[in-house]
Every structure is written in C-alpha cells, then in structure tokens.
Design a protein around this ligand. Structure first.
Ligand SMILES: [Ca+2]
Length: 237
C-alpha cells in the first residue's frame, strides 16, 4: 500500500492474466475514509429490511442474498440509512450506499498489489481456502464468512456472489491519477465485482435490472452465475 488513502486500481503491468478492461493501472486517491461490510449482505439481513428474499437459493439465512437488481441494491442502502438514522446509529452526514468500484477494489486488495488479496497463488494452492467458486461451490451459494478473509477481515471478496458497485460501467480505467468518485452512468450498464475471474483486478458489468445472468459474463475456469448480491458500505456524503 503506497499510502493509507490511495492505491493502484487495476492490474499490475506484470500480472500474468489480464483483461483489457483492467487497465491502465490508475492511482486512485481516496480523500475520505469509509466503512464497508465485512461480508456480503445475507438473506436474513435483506429479508429483515426489505421484507422479501429474491434469492434462487432461498431459505438460507446466512447465505448471501442473490437475484438482486442494481436498483434493489441501491434501495437497500437508502432504507438502511433511514432506519439507522431514525435509531440514532448513524451520524449526521453519513449514509449507506453501494461502494464505488475503486472503493471496492481498495477494500478487496487490503494493501496488496498481487493477483489475489492473499498473494499471487501461481499454482492455485490457496484459492480454495479463500473463495467459493466453480471448483468447490457445487453451483450454490455458501454461508458468508466460511472461507478465509483478506488482511482487513473482509470475506468473499473473491468468490461466492457477484457484488454490485455504484458506478456505471466503463470499458477501461482512466489511467494517471484520479480522485475517487463514482462513474456517472452514461448508459445502462453498471460495474460488478467479486467473482468471475476471481482476481482482485477482475471487472464485470451488468444491466441495472439484471437479476441473474451476470454470470453469463463468466470467464474460463469460473462458472458460478448465482446472480448478483451486494455488500453494504457506509460513507460520508
Ligand atoms: Ca463476492
């Protein structure tokens, strides 16, 4: 980590696997701190707040919620903000919302610049301990917090369900140095992180109303497609 409030977003130039959308390597400055959920939002958490559980693998309280549209994920943040404000648990000027793609990757990397938050894992010896994915998930979601966390204690940043980000999709990173800000959508596509090729820099996209099928953007070696879940984050406005 090159500073507490900045990091390099995207693939390292020497990363073995790479996709064009993961570059060019961009230094992102994060002028404000933020909190992010330790795990993906569970079915129990989603049901308690939204009164519904859209999950395909329903009835699994501690599994991540899935089949959530981007709009529903954004609404979850708005409702949680209102609830916590009413309860006096959220200071003035703070809100729950989806993380920007840069915030998500910053949290995923936890100070690392390697392919995964736990190292390069060139011989794929460690990935099963850190992620539920095609080779151990048996085409199902799994309870959150049951694989190893990253160095900051965040679970399932690699694997389990896909996670919506706040940003509209952009096909390339901007390069140079930028200040963290959500990419204002110019089309309908939104950024998705957290599974697919599993690497910290891996990016994907989804339609806001997409419930499943985000898994249709699967890459070789990964075949989840459980749909898109989310992770809550609280930040200053
Ligand atoms: Ca995930």
């Amino acid at each position: 980590m090159d500073s507490p409030r900045g990091f390099h977003h995207g693939q390292s130039p020497d990363e073995r696997e790479r996709d064009l959308d993961e570059g060019p390597l961009t230094r992102v400055v994060l002028p404000e701190g933020f909190w992010i959920g330790q795990h993906e939002v569970t079915q129990a958490e989603y049901l308690a707040l939204m009164g519904t559980n859209p999950s395909h693998h329903e009835g699994q309280a501690l599994h991540p919620v899935e089949k959530v549209s981007w709009q529903d994920a954004a609404d979850y943040g708005r409702r949680l903000t209102a609830l916590e404000r009413d309860a006096g648990n959220l200071p003035e000027g703070y809100a729950y919302r989806l993380p920007t793609e840069a915030e998500w990757e910053y949290a995923c990397r936890a100070g690392t610049t390697t392919r995964f938050s736990f190292g390069d894992d060139a011989d794929a010896a460690l990935i099963r301990d850190h992620a539920w994915f095609s080779r151990n998930a048996e085409s199902a979601t799994h309870p959150v917090g049951t694989r190893k966390p990253n160095a900051w204690g965040l679970f399932d940043v690699h694997g389990n369900v896909l996670e919506w980000c706040l940003d509209g999709w952009r096909s390339r990173l901007p390069g140079g140095q930028v200040t963290n800000v959500a990419v204002v959508p110019t089309g309908t596509l939104r950024a998705v992180r957290g599974v697919l090729a599993l690497r910290s820099a891996s990016r994907a996209l989804g339609e806001p109303g997409q419930l499943r099928g985000v898994g249709a953007v699967q890459r070789p070696g990964v075949s989840r497609g459980a749909g898109a879940g989310r992770r809550a984050s609280a930040v200053g406005r």
